[in-house]
Design a protein around this ligand. Structure first.
Ligand SMILES: [Zn+2]
Length: 144
């Protein structure tokens, strides 16, 4: 498996799942983007956590979504804040909203795309980043 162009260095994908985030990371390994959804009131809960912010219920179901979405906001990083990012700039970090998970916003790296073409409202699609045997990260590319 190859990593997508523009993905941040592997050291920035050092994940330490807990009971609430582990299902997300396990699904990512199978290239499935899942978002926990409250079984009591139907609210999507992301980032995953122990209580629904709407009804305080704890139980969730993991709902697989397509990853098709829209850029809510973004920044183009042109300065390497740490030396290990020197080969990565410029890169885009965006806040995304998803067609099939209303209310969810995810911070993600936009890859395989012209950084100057990203706009608020740009359409995105999944671009899986297989960092290693343990970690696969959902990145996104401009769609279309
Ligand atoms: Zn709820």
């Amino acid at each position: 498996m190859t990593r997508p162009a523009g993905a941040l260095p592997a050291e920035f994908a050092d994940v330490h799942p807990d009971a609430w985030t582990e299902p997300f990371w396990l699904a990512n390994r199978e290239q499935r983007l899942t978002i926990p959804k409250c079984v009591n009131c139907g609210t999507f809960r992301f980032p995953p956590g122990p209580f629904c912010h709407s009804c305080r219920h704890q139980e969730v179901e993991q709902v697989e979504i397509s990853g098709a979405g829209t850029v809510y906001t973004y920044t183009v990083v042109r300065h390497a804040v740490v030396p290990s990012l020197a080969d990565s700039v410029p890169y885009v970090i965006a806040v995304l909203e998803f067609d099939d998970a209303p209310g969810v916003r995810m911070i993600a790296n936009i890859v395989e795309s012209d950084v100057d073409a990203v706009r608020i409202g740009s359409r995105v699609e999944l671009a899986w980043d297989h960092v290693d045997d343990e970690v696969t990260v959902p990145r996104f590319r401009l769609a279309g």
